[in-house]
Ligand binder design. Structure first.
Ligand code: NAP
Length: 517
């Protein structure tokens, strides 16, 4: 059986510990294995800081952007093979596999273009300069410079391609070397992409390392210039943030964790409107794309009380049209859950929700004899305020309808019970209703998506993370922030206030550098 290798200190390394198997979730057959251990993590970080960092910092933004562009092309060239690996180890139908893989290459290409637009500079200005003294001779200017550490990226199982490369794109463009660790259960795809990057020889030595398996004692070796960007569950996020050495050294940490994303239907939306059709199709898509294993997938559907029966019937009909089955078949829209652990967790979660709700469709029974298949499950809450709906993230094709009065204030208060989320979507053609809910929802979310007839035709769904907009959210969602154009680089840079003689200070921040931000 294939053993997935780490790529550290410039070479592939097979681990030494007992193997952990990776499975095909459609057939339950083992497809590869990973062995942790056998890696000197202190040396891995030293290699990144000592070789990768200086080499990246010697390049301009345009040169780093050119590397990202070439990486995007190298990965894209193997797209068909990558899709097959995704189907094999993550159970994704082709469309879902493309969503992940094209998301990775698209994000690299986006940051490549940003790098090109920044040209041959190596420092970014942060805002305008300011006169600090009696005259303009004493001047201040904030600048952003690459930190001299390594970026450790801990990624979740659900987007092995996109999650790894969206983080890498920002760090590498900022001038910081990366150490990537994928979620183990779906690491086949991530390992292949890591190998493409490694074998391409495009990146300087030490700029790209990949760990198959556990991170061992890596966190013990982190220092003040290093950073951890984590994506995964709140539980693991707390372990990462609370690590003794991470706390002691004030290692920079960005957390992207769970989120009980909400979709809110306003009372003004008529059944015949484009907005209502958009609401239905987006909710059904979110529940079934990647079998609902999407951090941005809708989990709570707020619907005015008198519309619950209508929405329930329409959603059950829409979900019934989603063909569940073999992800390799061309007409399959939804595959299995990605692993046995996921399958067991989601079944147990449906059981917990069902004790406070009525099941409108689906349920916790396996949808096929073999493989980790579950049908899309829609529940109708008995009490929209029930704590379980706002606290229990069932990470699968599962969402609950929550009846509310129709008031924007009540909807916002219910959504806020989730304790902070990645994205909320609100559907209304009333600008007054939308304005009321925006001010109450925005503090709880990194992204707010407003659906209406006016944008329906051109919109991309709320579950889609776009590199131009920030990704992350407060509270339960981890309190982190990624992407968002150049904002995504700031985590890997030091913001420093330069103070001194104006022409000396301003030379680090030519006017066009500030304008580019
Ligand atoms: P997870 O179990 O928390 O694992 C996340 C990552 O952390 C994996 O790479 C895992 O490695 C690693 N890990 C586990 N224990 C660790 C430790 N003690 N120290 C360092 N790393 C450790 O989450 P998951 O099951 O992969 O992902 C599902 C969750 O992620 C869901 O809750 C979902 O909402 C969330 N998620 C959030 C976002 C976002 O952007 N906010 C995106 C995707 C997913 P192993 O796999 O080897 O255990």
């Amino acid at each position: 059986m294939q053993t997935l290798e780490s790529l550290v200190l410039g070479r592939p390394v097979s681990g030494t510990a007992a193997p952990v198997q990776l499975f095909n979730p459609s057939t339950e057959e083992a497809v590869a294995e990973i062995r942790s251990g056998g890696i000197d993590f202190g040396a891995v970080l030293a290699y990144a800081r000592g070789s990768g960092g200086p080499a990246l910092r010697a390049l301009s933004f345009a040169e780093r952007g050119a590397l990202l562009k070439a990486l995007s092309a190298a990965i894209h060239a193997e797209r068909e093979n990558l899709i097959e690996l995704s189907i094999l180890n993550a159970g994704t139908p082709r469309g879902d596999a493309k969503f992940d893989i094209d998301g990775a290459t698209g994000t690299l290409a986006y940051y490549a273009a940003l790098g090109e637009s920044l040209g041959d500079r190596r420092v970014l200005a942060d805002g305008d300069g300011a006169q600090l003294g009696r005259t303009a001779r004493f001047w201040g200017q904030h600048v952003l410079v690459p930190r001299h550490g390594a970026a450790v990226h801990i990624n979740a199982f659900n987007f092995p391609a996109w999650n790894m490369m969206e983080k890498a794109a920002c760090a590498l463009l900022a001038g910081v070397p990366v150490v990537e660790k994928p979620g183990t259960s779906t690491a086949l795809l991530a390992a292949r992409i890591a190998r493409i990057v490694h074998d391409s020889g495009l990146l300087p030595a030490g700029a790209w390392q990949f760990i198959a398996g556990s991170v061992g004692d890596l966190f013990d070796h982190l220092g003040a210039q290093d950073a951890i960007a984590f994506t995964g569950s709140s539980r693991t996020a707390a372990v990462v943030r609370g690590h003794r050495n991470v706390v002691a050294k004030n290692v920079r940490v960005n957390l992207e964790a769970d989120s009980l994303n909400a979709a809110v239907l306003a009372p003004d939306v008529e059944s015949s409107s484009e907005t209502y059709a958009l609401f239905l199709s987006n909710v059904a898509l979110d529940m079934t794309q990647k079998s609902g294993q999407k951090c941005t997938a809708v989990r709570r559907i707020l619907v005015p009380k008198e519309r619950v029966a209508e929405v329930r019937a329409d959603l059950v009909a829409a979900l019934g049209k989603v063909k569940l089955g073999d992800p390799a078949a061309a007409d399959t829209r939804m595959g299995p859950l990605a692993s046995k652990a996921q399958f067991d967790d989601v079944r147990a979660g449906i059981g917990r929700l069902a004790s406070h709700a009525e099941i409108a469709c689906g349920g916790s029974q396996p949808a096929r004899e073999r493989g980790y298949f579950l049908a899309p499950t829609l529940l109708v809450a008995r009490d929209a305020h029930g704590e379980i709906f706002h606290a229990d993230e069932v990470f699968g094709p599962v969402a609950s309808l929550l009846p509310y009065s129709g008031s924007a204030e009540e909807a916002a208060a219910l959504v806020a019970l989730g304790g902070g989320g990645l994205v909320a979507s609100a559907y209304s053609n009333s600008s007054e209703w939308a304005e009321r809910i925006v001010l109450d929802l925005a503090p709880w979310h990194g992204r707010l998506w407003l659906g209406s007839d006016r944008m329906a035709e051109q919109s991309l769904p709320p579950g889609m993370v776009l590199p131009a907009s920030i990704h992350g959210g407060p509270g339960r969602a981890g309190g982190g922030e990624e992407l968002g154009g150049l904002r995504g680089l700031a985590f890997y840079q030091q913001r420093t206030a330069l103070q001194g003689f104006k022409s000396q200070v301003a030379a680090f921040a030519p006017p066009e550098a500030a304008a580019a931000r």
